[in-house]
Write a new protein. Structure first.
Length: 351
């Protein structure tokens, strides 16, 4: 290959190099074009090596000077193209509008739901008294939910717990209380028994203080020599601990009003001193000085008969209260549905 032939070939390759370099839009593409033409194995380098190998010694110096000038121009165009790409990226960054006076975007941390907070508080208090948490299914049989608790199908107490039955069944219900957990525990465990049973329950109630689904917690203590005094002492300890830090919490009292529940005898409604007025009378307690928080009583021997306990040897007490109700009292919430609306602004109010 003569010098003139080499110069013509390099001119053709340089034109093709510039065309492809102009179309390359990224740094990776630019470097690929350079490697194809001006790199150590590029077409221009290979043409230079071929010419030097075949040319006579008298022409090699002139061939080297001519090809090196073109390869230097290729290197210069590479650097210019890369610099242009960097300048374009910098200009695009500078065109971004950023108001440096705006406050930073704070990452909000999640919080526990108030019902969860109250449930954990209650579980902690009773755990310190030796109670353990027991759980059971939310879909129950009629036997566990009613029959074993002394509520046969024709019993009027079922009207107070009008509930949801599974379609096509008169025996499978959504549990109306967590008392079935007590039955299941006693069927599998001999005394002594000391449990609390928290969880969601279902009834056909719907007003500002009642929801078709709500959270309940029940307690059961069975052993030799358990009395009504043990029940009242347990509940008194609970309300004072639960409302600890509230004005007048140390002076809170509980009272048991005679009532009726099919699975306890005697039975009582449980009231506590109004935590808002310390028993003086206010709008919340309807000027009575007392707030109802649940029901309780001594376990009926009929229930012991269903689970195989010796009613002559053992006695026990049971109680139940709404977790949502206790949360309403603790946090002064007027509508139970606020707990279930899913409004994050409401949930952020509690810690």
């Amino acid at each position: 290959m003569t010098l003139s032939d080499l110069e013509a070939e390099l001119a053709r390759l340089l034109s093709s190099y510039r065309t492809q370099m102009a179309m390359a839009a990224s740094e990776q593409a630019i470097r690929k074009v350079y490697a194809d033409f001006g790199g150590s194995s590029g077409s221009m380098r290979l043409a230079q090596k071929e010419a030097l190998r075949s040319a006579p010694n008298t022409e090699k110096k002139a061939i080297g000077l001519a090809t090196n000038q073109i390869l230097a121009a290729v290197d210069v165009e590479l650097e210019a193209r890369l610099q242009g790409l960097a300048n374009a990226a910098r200009a695009a960054e500078l065109r971004r509008t950023v108001d440096v006076t705006l406050p930073g975007r704070q990452r909000r941390l999640g919080r526990l739901h108030p019902i969860t907070l109250v449930r954990r508080d209650i579980e902690t208090i009773f755990a310190q008294l030796g109670f353990v948490v027991a759980e059971g299914p939310e879909v129950e049989t009629d036997f566990h939910n009613f029959e074993a608790l002394g509520i046969p199908k024709d019993h009027p107490a079922r009207d107070m717990q009008d509930t949801f039955y599974l379609a096509g069944s008169t025996d499978i219900v959504l549990r109306t209380h967590t008392s079935p957990v007590q039955i299941r525990t006693m069927l599998t465990q001999q005394p002594p028994v000391r449990i609390i049973a928290p969880g969601p329950v279902y009834r056909k109630d719907d007003d500002p203080t009642h929801s078709p689904m709500f959270n309940q917690i029940e307690g059961l203590c069975v052993d030799e020599g358990v009395t009504l005094a043990d029940l009242k002492g347990t509940l008194l300890h609970f309300v004072r601990r639960f409302f600890a830090g509230t004005d007048g919490a140390a002076g809170l009292d509980v009272r048991l009003r005679p009532s009726f529940f099919p699975f306890t005898e005697p039975s009582a409604e449980v009231d506590m001193s109004c935590v808002f007025c310390s028993g003086a009378g206010c709008r919340v307690c309807k000027q009575t000085g007392w707030i109802e928080i649940g029901g309780a009583g001594m376990v009926d021997p009929v229930v012991f008969g269903h689970v195989g306990y010796d009613a002559e040897r053992y006695s026990g007490f049971a109680f139940g209260m709404g977790i949502d109700r206790m949360a309403m009292l603790k946090y002064s919430v007027g509508d139970i549905k606020l707990f279930f609306d899913g409004d994050v602004r409401f949930a952020r109010m509690f810690r």
